[in-house]
Design a protein around this ligand. Structure first.
Ligand SMILES: [Zn+2]
Length: 130
């Protein structure tokens, strides 16, 4: 039984010609060897995968989230806070990148780390003001 992996190298399928970049989801099976990002091509190559993994592949970060933004006037003081927040965000982003250089910046995990650092920066700032 094969599984779904994250591509460690960019590459292309020798059968259908589709390409993948580092970090893309790929179907992979060692024996008999089968590899492709396209499920039909992969199964044509003799690859198999568990139904559990198939469903996680399909839903991979593509769940729709609907939010409703309230229609209110935003004051200048809140806009100033937002500007400050942006500075924290940028700082947190660069901190996360320097501390976890191997982590893909577009991954869910990177976003979580950055968010945590952002929280901590805000917390430290509050301590300093007290
Ligand atoms: Zn293929």
């Amino acid at each position: 039984m094969g599984s779904i992996i994250k591509a460690k190298f960019r590459g292309d399928c020798k059968i259908c010609g589709s390409t993948w970049e580092v970090g893309d989801d790929l179907y992979y099976q060692k024996n008999p060897k089968a590899i492709c990002g396209n499920k039909e091509c992969y199964t044509d190559q003799g690859g198999t995968v568990s139904t559990y993994q198939q469903s996680s592949f399909k839903n991979n970060d593509r769940d729709t989230i609907i939010s409703k933004v309230p229609d209110v006037t935003v004051s200048d003081s809140v806009k100033q806070l937002a500007d400050d927040w942006m500075q924290y965000f940028v700082t947190a982003h660069h901190m996360a990148k320097s501390i976890y250089p191997e982590q893909d910046v577009n991954s869910h995990v990177f976003g979580q780390i950055r968010s945590k650092i952002l929280d901590q920066l805000c917390y430290i700032t509050r301590l300093q003001k007290e």
